[in-house]
Design a protein around this ligand. Structure first.
Ligand code: AMP
Length: 397
């Protein structure tokens, strides 16, 4: 048997196929609609073959699921898929651990969908389609919020009337938990401090979405994302934290409505909103190199906000043993790492530029005399999801 992992984003559906142990990845890829209307491309990768790309009219995530299953079979991966692990970004208060999906769970997920409008609705459509197409498979939801289920109470409460928490459930949840959990464990392994309850990490997940988390002894104690994945660091298209009065001003004085604010903050802000170039960091970097000042401004702001979060969490933790960079930008942009670390010398956190510009995956790039280690770690969210799904499946057998 094999295990399929599905990770639905706002205009992509990533997949990865694992063997039954959830250790070996057999194939992966994605269906990508970005900027293409209903025409999507399917990229299929497997270790033994060259990448394959095909295009088709694909109306929704349901059709995309069938396309993925068809391409797995036609590429020779025809072991029965007994377990499907779905990444679900927001678990609300209902879900604080990996959960077997049944009708009731599916309905509960529908109720909390609006809390993560870019992510939960496509995940839910994917779940519904997959349950229809593979009714005998064990379908499991793995939540990005679950890692943060035990955040200290004072870290989840906002400084607003306490009744908002009691009556409306307004609280911090935290996101990218699958990635933060993997990186916390991988960093401890790289540092050979797996059992150290005092190991202090600041993990910066910098991809299309961005968040930083302070972790002590494997447990998160503070994180930048909040009630939704909109709070905190500046991101690809999301603003991150802004003064809430800006929204009141636009609503009350400038004729905006809630839907326009939602659209602006979630889809037209961040790197895209400031640079006017792209939400893709590589494009913004390219534009900055050719002298585009808005692109340079976006990068400077992006780095400033990450550095400020690291500084705040260093104080929260009482020092940092290792600073972790992960996800697309954190893993691959040496210039961004360099820009962020330039200013952290006051914490005696010293980057070795030569190592930084090498091929530093899962490798310490701090200078030997640095007080803290600096670790770019390749995140493995799909593998974490496969492992979680496999554990739950095994517990049912
Ligand atoms: P993710 O959400 O983890 O897939 O990350 C997507 C982001 O990573 C996009 O902004 C990409 O531009 C950025 N990214 C991916 N590869 C690179 C690279 N080699 N250098 C700089 N940024 C990159």
């Amino acid at each position: 048997m094999s295990i399929l992992v599905l990770n639905a984003g706002s205009s992509t559906l990533k997949f990865a196929l694992f063997d039954q142990s959830a250790r070996d990845e057999l194939a992966d890829g994605l269906v990508d609609w970005r900027g293409r209307g209903e025409t999507a491309t399917l990229t299929f990768r497997s270790p033994a073959n060259d990448d394959k790309e095909s295009s088709a009219e694909v109306a929704d995530y349901g059709e995309a699921v069938c396309w993925i299953l068809g391409s797995l079979a036609s590429n020779g991966f025809d072991d029965p898929i007994k377990v499907v692990g779905h990444r679900v970004v927001h678990g609300g208060t209902d879900f604080s651990r990996t959960t077997l999906i049944d009708d009731q769970v599916s309905q509960s997920l529908e109720r909390i969908s609006e809390l993560a409008p870019l992510h939960n609705p496509p995940a839910l459509t994917t779940i519904v389609a997959m349950r229809r197409v593979l009714p005998d498979a064990t379908q499991v939801a793995v939540f990005d919020t679950a890692f943060f289920a035990n955040l200290p109470h004072r870290a989840i409460i906002y400084p607003v009337p306490y009744q908002w928490f009691e009556q409306y459930g307004i609280r911090r949840f935290g996101f990218h938990g699958i990635s933060h959990a993997y990186c916390a464990s991988r960093a401890a392994e790289l540092l050979k401090r797996q059992d150290d309850a005092n190991l202090r990490l600041v993990i910066c997940h910098l991809g299309n979405g961005c968040s930083a988390t302070a972790v002590r002894g494997g447990q998160p104690i503070a994180t930048t994302m909040g009630f939704t994945p909109l709070e905190g660091l500046m991101m690809g298209t999301r603003s991150g934290s802004v003064d809430p009065s800006i929204l009141l001003h636009l609503l009350q004085q400038k004729g905006f409505d809630a839907a326009q604010l939602d659209e602006s903050l979630n889809r037209h802000s961040g790197l895209l909103g400031v640079s006017g170039v792209s939400s893709d960091f590589r494009e913004v970097e390219k534009a900055a190199r050719t002298g585009n000042q808005q692109a340079q401004l976006a990068i400077d702001m992006f780095a400033d906000r990450i550095r400020a979060a690291i500084g705040a969490f260093a104080v929260t933790l009482g020092g940092i043993d290792a600073l972790v960079f992960t996800a697309g930008i954190g893993e691959h942009s040496a210039t961004l790492r360099s820009r962020v670390c330039d200013g952290l010398q006051c914490l005696n956190l010293l980057l070795d530029e030569e190592k930084n510009h090498g091929i530093p995956e899962d490798f310490d790039i701090a200078r030997t005399n640095s007080a803290s280690r600096i670790l770019p770690i390749r995140t493995r969210e799909e593998q974490m999801i496969a492992r979680e799904a496999q554990h739950l499946f095994a517990s049912l057998c």
